[in-house]
Design a protein around this ligand. Structure first.
Ligand code: 4AD
Ligand code: MG
Length: 457
């Protein structure tokens, strides 16, 4: 159907005086004695288009005025009576699809909790349409950043036989039901599709390292899967993961890249989504725009884990889980550090090796690894990364300590046998980034169809 995007009709001065056709969904309808106003949205902009109908001048189906109905309107573009944009003086209105009154997206009932029960319709609200426009702009900016900085885009496999994070959170991929005639697990998997135990990837990092140790700088951007039972506002079973991996990079380089990427992405959202951010600033998180501008302008803090524990231990009374050296940081500790102590994003570095993954570079102290988590106010961990262990003996020893099956990681070990180099990278949780930019507090509200334990709507 030949028509113009509402975004264009609203903003293009040169369209004034011309006839245009727009299509969209009815957001409001009001009328007085002489005129009626139909507000339309087609998703292309935060602003809606006001269609002005001179009463008696044209006949149309009354269904065209119902909330949620889809219509096509032909009219003359004119400068809006109020504001700077344009509006449309209707000459023809036709119904595309009527919308009965049981339409769930009513003005009054729209709590976020209720909207989670209608994931297929909630994008028609201001809030969700704005979230998904921001999400799209951020995804484009990710590709642009890496392309502009000489990275290659790699697609890591989603089905894998190796558990990157080693935390036992893999979903299994299988085509066969359990059969009691198998005596051992091994025998069972031998008869399965791949002949070994296979699962959905928790991270593209291990394959990313393969590509980085040939192409230099690469990134992956795709889904990761984690069978975590933690039903929190920050965890999904299926999330999108941005994972750059860089040859010849050490931990300080990894930190520099992460900070630069994050600032670039926030800058892109600030520039390309002003209407959406103004809306989130007014209705979701007061001061959001100021927060984002401040983050782009300031230096992120860096704090070694051991120092962070020192700071937190003085405040142990306030925490549900008191910390000591060796404890994993819980969300409450992460948020205290970034929100109360540093009041800006902070890279915590050099964690105890016992609480981090096998592949991280072992520091000279024998107790810590060259890892970093970036913590941001309101969210906690948004990035996890490290320099990787490049020494084959040390890597093998770390894997043996964790009782890992080395034969499953032969290729990964080969990278250290044949021309090993220092290298590193990180993973940015894409949904957590979108939460940070929009102020949305639940990861389920920045994902089209969120998957979590007992939830696959
Ligand atoms: O800290 P993680 O587990 O690190 C890795 O997977 C590394 N292999 C990354 C790398 O070095 N290439 O995950 C990275 C980020 C987290 O900081 C978090 O933002 C996000 O991924 N994340 C999740 N987001 C939503 N739901 C989940 N269940 C997530 N698990 C991790
Ligand atoms: Mg992590």
């Amino acid at each position: 159907m030949k028509h113009l995007d509402i975004r264009e009709v609203l903003n293009k001065q040169e369209l004034r005086g011309q006839t245009a056709v727009v299509c969209g969904w009815v957001r409001t309808f009001r009328e007085s004695a002489q005129v009626a106003f139909l507000e339309l949205s087609d998703g292309t902009s935060f602003q809606k288009l006001q269609v002005v109908i001179e009463k008696g001048s044209l006949a149309f189906d009354p269904e065209c005025t119902k909330l949620g109905a889809s219509v096509a309107v032909k009219g003359v573009v004119v400068q809006a009576y109020k504001g700077e944009g344009n509006e449309l003086n209707a000459t023809e209105i036709s119904l595309l699809g009527k919308c009965p009154p049981e339409y769930p997206i009513q003005k009054k009932r729209t709590t976020l909790e209720f909207l989670r029960t209608v994931p297929h319709l909630r994008l028609r609200t201001n809030t969700f349409a704005a979230v998904f426009r921001v999400r799209s702009v951020a995804a484009q900016a990710i590709h642009r950043y890496f392309h502009e900085h000489g990275y290659y885009y790699i697609n890591a496999p989603l089905i894998t036989a190796s558990d990157c994070e080693g935390a036992g959170e893999m979903f299994r991929v299988t085509t066969q039901p359990w059969n009691a005639s198998y005596k051992t697990e091994e025998e069972y998997y031998k008869n399965d599709f791949f002949g070994v135990k296979a699962g959905l990837s928790v991270s593209g990092q291990l394959e990313g390292e393969v590509a980085a140790t040939a192409l230099g700088k690469i990134y992956t951007f795709g889904p990761s899967f984690r069978a975590e039972n933690s039903n929190t506002t920050r965890h999904l079973a299926e999330f999108w993961h941005v994972e750059p991996e860089v040859a010849f990079a050490e931990l300080p380089d990894v930190i520099e890249i992460a900070e630069d990427l994050l600032k670039y992405l926030i800058g892109a959202v600030l520039e390309e989504c002003p209407d959406e951010l103004r809306f989130f600033d007014s209705f979701v998180e007061k001061g959001l725009i100021e927060k984002l501008r401040h983050v782009v302008a300031s230096d992120f803090a860096v704090c070694p884990y051991t120092e962070a524990i020192g700071i937190l231990q003085k405040e142990n009374a306030r925490f549900q889980f008191p910390v000591e050296w060796g404890s994993d940081l819980q969300s409450e500790h992460e948020r205290y550090l970034t929100e109360q102590v540093f009041k800006r994003p902070v890279f915590v570095t050099d964690y105890p090796k016992e609480i981090k993954s096998f592949y991280m570079k072992q520091n000279a102290d024998g107790r810590t690894v060259a890892a970093t988590d970036l913590l941001v106010p309101g969210i906690g961990e948004i990035i996890g990364g490290s320099e990787r262990e490049a020494d084959p003996q040390k890597l093998r020893a770390a894997m043996e300590e964790r009782k890992m099956d080395l034969s499953a990681y032969r290729q990964y070990l080969d990278l250290r046998t044949f021309g090993t180099v220092p290298h590193g990278g990180f993973g940015l949780g894409f949904e957590r980034f979108v939460m940070y930019c929009t102020g949305m507090e639940n990861i389920r509200d920045v994902t089209l169809f969120p998957r979590s334990s007992k939830n696959i709507m």
